[in-house]
Design a binder for this molecule. Structure first.
Ligand SMILES: *[C@@H]1O[C@H](CO)[C@@H](O)[C@H](O)[C@H]1NC(C)=O
Ligand SMILES: *[C@@H]1O[C@H](CO)[C@@H](O)[C@H](O)[C@H]1NC(C)=O
Ligand SMILES: *[C@@H]1O[C@H](CO)[C@@H](O)[C@H](O)[C@H]1NC(C)=O
Ligand SMILES: *[C@@H]1O[C@H](CO)[C@@H](O)[C@H](O)[C@H]1NC(C)=O
Ligand SMILES: *[C@@H]1O[C@H](CO)[C@@H](O)[C@H](O)[C@H]1NC(C)=O
Ligand SMILES: *[C@@H]1O[C@H](CO)[C@@H](O)[C@H](O)[C@H]1NC(C)=O
Length: 399
């Protein structure tokens, strides 16, 4: 079959030449303005490339397209190479357009359009084929990672031409990776690596690899979410600021850690919790329904996960509400002190005022003396704040 095709083609070429040689003498002048015009073509791998060759003024001279290997593809409307992907789109004296479908990277190169004048005129058209990058893959994920581990995430995309560009994002913020490009055949394998030491802040963080390429309208993205395991950290929160006898107290052992440390163990003064009805343990919570002075002591909660153990302590000091009530006289005393301070200050101002009226020249010196009174005023304010705390105690008591 191929031999038969080539024979047909050679026959056509010969006929054309004979025809041309016969025709050139009479049309020598006409062929001066005859030249083929082509354009470079860029297509994405797998798409269809149209190769067009035009001759604006043609005296019925044949056109031909040949591939980078110098094989004739079409001679006029006659197909010369057996390749089902190559088809004729249009053949006239002014134009020879062919179509190459399902273009592969190996189709890239210089195509030639020939106009069989004497001598033959040729024009080159470069067919550029873009390799579409593969979906990026992220490797190097250890799931879960341990806090302190050094991990290297590598994003790989194959088959791009020209080489694709890889960018990394930590959540939405861009981070710099180190990229290596490796040629594999006519396309490229691009790898970008990120190396870092994981800490608890990386737990739940999304690392995204984005591949950008001329053949893509939107970049390809792949995301992996880090899971980091870390040792627990505990804290005790309490429902009362100043616990008093008879009140209801709730302590909570708040834990962070991955995996969440479980269970939580409560102890008092280094031993077991007293076995009394007023004390209820429910998971992370320790409740004392009616505080009593005998509950005084150091409460401790402890929890572990496979990375470690942590504990937290709370020192309970149960106030006697009656004793607190005796703070009343203190209140009056503070009020008295404040009154005395205010009185002395007023006296000073009056004395100073009179003094200044007589000795205006020494105004500055006395201003400085007046400022020395400030610490007294501050003390008064601090004492007043003490009263506020006292007020809060009372509030708590009524809740
Ligand atoms: C190629 O030519 C055909 C027919 O003229 C047209 O339908 C198609 O859109 C063209 N393709 C490209 C990539 O220009
Ligand atoms: C070109 O060919 C057409 C028919 O295809 C013919 O009518 C015309 O006369 C030819 N012109 C020349 C200059 O040979
Ligand atoms: C066509 O492509 C070739 C090779 O890339 C280049 O040298 C040439 O300048 C291009 N021609 C045009 C008209 O763009
Ligand atoms: C490129 O790829 C080859 C084969 O996959 C490998 O042997 C070589 O080390 C790579 N080169 C670089 C620079 O990564
Ligand atoms: C505190 O405990 C003691 C002994 O258990 C008991 O006698 C006392 O009434 C308790 N006080 C209050 C306020 O419950
Ligand atoms: C608890 O602490 C308060 C305040 O120091 C104290 O008055 C009380 O006696 C203590 N009770 C016990 C049983 O230690």
């Amino acid at each position: 079959m191929i031999v038969k095709q080539h024979l047909i083609f050679i026959l056509y070429s010969l006929c054309a030449h004979v025809f041309k040689v016969a025709g050139t003498k009479s049309k020598a002048k006409g062929s001066q303005g005859q030249f083929p015009i082509t354009q470079n073509v860029t297509v994405v791998e797998g798409a269809t490339a149209n190769m067009t060759c035009r001759v604006d003024y043609n005296d019925n001279t044949s056109l031909q397209w040949s591939n980078p290997a110098q094989q004739t593809l079409f001679f006029g409307d006659k197909k010369a190479l057996r390749d089902h992907r190559i088809e004729l789109v249009r053949a006239s004296w002014q134009e020879l357009t062919i179509r190459i479908s399902d273009v592969s990277l190996s189709d890239e190169g210089q195509y030639t359009c020939s106009l069989f004048t004497m001598p033959v005129k040729t024009t080159k058209a470069f067919l550029t084929v873009l390799g579409v990058p593969g979906r990026p893959e992220i490797t190097g994920f250890t799931k879960p990672a341990m806090e302190g581990d050094v991990i290297t995430l590598t994003c790989t995309t194959t088959g791009s031409k020209p080489a694709a560009n890889i960018r990394w994002f930590r959540n939405d913020k861009e981070v710099q990776g180190s990229t290596k490009v490796n040629a594999t055949g006519k396309s490229f394998t691009v790898r970008s690596s990120l190396q870092f030491q994981v800490d608890r802040q990386d737990d739940g963080v999304a690392y995204t690899c984005s591949v950008e390429h001329v053949s893509l309208t939107n970049p390809y993205m792949t995301t992996e979410v880090l899971e980091v395991h870390y040792a627990p950290h505990l804290e005790i929160t309490h429902s009362l600021i100043i616990p008093q006898e008879g009140q209801y107290l709730k302590l909570e052992c708040v834990s962070i850690g991955n995996p969440i440390p479980e269970p939580v163990l409560w102890s008092k003064d280094g031993g077991e919790l007293p076995d009394i009805e007023r004390m209820i343990v429910e998971g992370r919570e320790l409740t004392i329904t009616t505080l009593n002075k005998t509950d005084n002591g150091t409460y401790r909660c402890e929890a572990s996960n496979h990375l470690g153990t942590s504990s937290a302590e709370y020192i309970l000091f149960v106030y006697d509400p009656n004793a607190l009530g005796q703070h009343g006289p203190d209140h009056a005393l503070i009020g008295g002190v404040v009154a005395v301070v205010v009185f002395i200050t007023l006296c000073l101002i009056i004395v100073l005022g009179r003094y200044l009226a007589r000795h205006k020249g020494t105004y500055l010196t006395h201003e400085a003396k007046g400022a020395e009174d400030a610490p007294d005023a501050d003390t008064a304010i601090i004492n007043a704040e003490g009263n506020h705390v006292h007020a809060e105690e009372k509030k708590e008591y009524f809740i």
